[in-house]
Design a protein around this ligand. Structure first.
Ligand SMILES: Cc1cc2nc3c(=O)[nH]c(=O)nc-3n(C[C@H](O)[C@H](O)[C@H](O)COP(=O)(O)OP(=O)(O)OC[C@H]3O[C@@H](n4cnc5c(N)ncnc54)[C@H](O)[C@@H]3O)c2cc1C
Length: 436
């Protein structure tokens, strides 16, 4: 049964797998059955809400369409099928001295999914989004067949497809420019901070000096401790082995009937994490996997939230209002007593993305998970949404299961340009919710 990562909302998706680009048209025809049903492409289902769910609940599953078709190891440009995962790409590229230019917090996403959500990573302030490094795409569009687009050719289609939530066509291949590295290791500095003001001071000094920057914060700390946590900056090490490691992941062993994430476990875990580092400032060398993908160590950790699932709330707030708004958001969350094991604070930079619906804007992004409980989330999210929108911020569609049509259309005014280029076969539950 295919669900999104948050396992909420619960609309099991029927999978129509494809292994080769030539099979995509047939899958579209089967799902479309006479032009009635509208489907969607599905990668690894690492989106949290309903943006990876088809209106018809029938999806073209792309993860077996995963071959590297060409690679130039002099320039670092690879051409691969859209179902290739970032995990598989790292295994091929890293031993040759190349790495992803931009990576989200899990390596288990496909190239097609990374393009469709124009994903960002801990280096957004330096490298922008994933779409900034895409040189060319091929797409299948119903009624038109296979088309090519790039920043130079069919620019309108390219810009609508990068961050276009899978609605402008099914991506068949992606040409991606990788970045050079000379080691599989990262040199990281972790600094414990006591409150949000300290985070902003650290970020103002250190972000510009390092490629990667992120903070993990205790979302339940209140009062003078609001926003306490660990600020981590890192860069690729200049020497060391070039080896892709595949650490054995543990698996969440069972499906608890109710969420294991509750007020008690949250307080205990977050306090323990905050105090795990004795010295305030620790410099260390760690493998890329430990730095980029700590959550991938426990596969299927999403089951920890029980059968009801969970929602992630990710917002970005412009710099001018970031400090006050993030503080107010955290205060509301702490009062609610719910939230996640750690929340992630990241600064987004001003590198422009080609994507019309790209999420990041220059400011600060906050992301955290909430066990799914209708009453709690509805009340709390309404408060948080009001704060975010008043500050000129917006929510991330890849993580969303609750945004209203008004909020979406106000926050993403170029949505109608994507709608104009939408393939009539493609429709997600998210897009129907926020535009139709
Ligand atoms: C632990 C974790 C950490 C994460 N961290 C980050 C982060 O730091 N930054 C960030 O930006 N995101 C992050 N994400 C979200 C994730 O990177 C995105 O949701 C990503 O798009 C998921 O890719 P996927 O292959 O699983 O695609 P899916 O979730 O299956 O689909 C996502 C979208 O892509 C479309 N799509 C998939 N394949 C194709 C294709 N071939 N052609 C056209 N459309 C396609 C789908 O229709 C859908 O609209 C995180 C997710 C998890 C679970």
């Amino acid at each position: 049964m295919l669900l999104s990562w948050g396992r909420y909302p619960k609309y099991p998706q029927t999978s129509h797998p494809v292994r080769w680009p030539e099979e995509v048209g047939c899958a579209v025809e089967v799902i479309g059955s006479g032009g009635i049903r509208r489907g969607l492409a599905f990668g690894m289902g690492r989106s949290y809400g309903d943006s990876c769910m088809a209106e018809s609940d029938h999806v073209v599953a792309t993860s077996a369409m995963d071959r590297v078709l060409a690679a130039d190891w002099e320039t670092g440009v690879i051409r691969a099928q859209a179902g290739l995962t970032l995990a598989a790409l790292i295994e091929i590229a890293l031993p040759r001295g190349w790495f992803l230019p931009v990576s989200p917090g899990t390596k288990f996403v496909t190239l097609g999914g990374a393009v469709a959500n124009d994903v960002h990573g801990k280096n957004h302030h330096v490298m922008g989004t994933f779409g900034c490094h895409v040189e060319r795409l091929t797409l299948y569009r119903s009624g038109e067949g296979v088309l090519e687009c790039s920043p130079e050719t069919r620019t309108d289609l390219f810009n609508a497809t990068v961050g276009g939530l899978g609605l402008t066509g099914i991506v068949l291949t992606v040409d991606l420019r990788l970045r050079r590295v000379s080691s599989a290791n990262m040199v990281q500095r972790s600094i414990r901070f006591d409150n949000l003001n300290e985070f902003f001071e650290l970020s103002a000094v250190h972000d510009a000096q390092h490629e990667y920057a992120v903070a993990w914060i205790d979302c339940l700390a209140a009062g003078r401790r609001t926003g306490r946590g660990h600020y981590i900056v890192a860069d690729h090490a200049s020497d060391g082995v070039l080896e892709a490691i595949r650490p054995a992941a543990r698996r969440m062993p069972f499906d608890p009937p109710i969420s294991l994430v509750n007020g008690l476990s949250l307080r205990a875990f977050n306090a323990l994490y905050y105090h795990r580092q004795r010295s305030k400032n620790v410099l260390s060398t760690v493998g890329y996997d430990a730095f980029f993908y700590p959550l991938d160590k426990l596969s299927e950790w999403n089951r920890m939230y029980g059968r009801a699932g969970f929602q992630q709330y990710q917002c970005v707030v412009p710099d001018a209002n970031a400090r006050e708004t993030i503080e107010a958001v955290l205060a509301d969350i702490a009062r609610s007593g719910t939230g996640s094991f750690l929340a992630v604070l990241k600064r987004c930079g001003d590198v422009p993305s080609p994507g019309l619906l790209s999420f990041p804007l220059p400011g600060v992004s906050l992301a955290l998970d909430f066990p799914q409980r209708d009453a709690v989330n509805t009340k709390l999210f309404a408060k948080l949404d009001a704060l975010v929108h008043e500050a000129g911020g917006r929510l991330y569609p890849a993580k969303d299961a609750h945004m209203s049509a008004t909020d979406f259309q106000r926050a993403y005014p170029r949505w109608s340009q994507v709608e104009a280029l939408r393939d009539p076969f493609l429709m997600s539950r998210f897009w129907r919710r926020v535009t139709q």
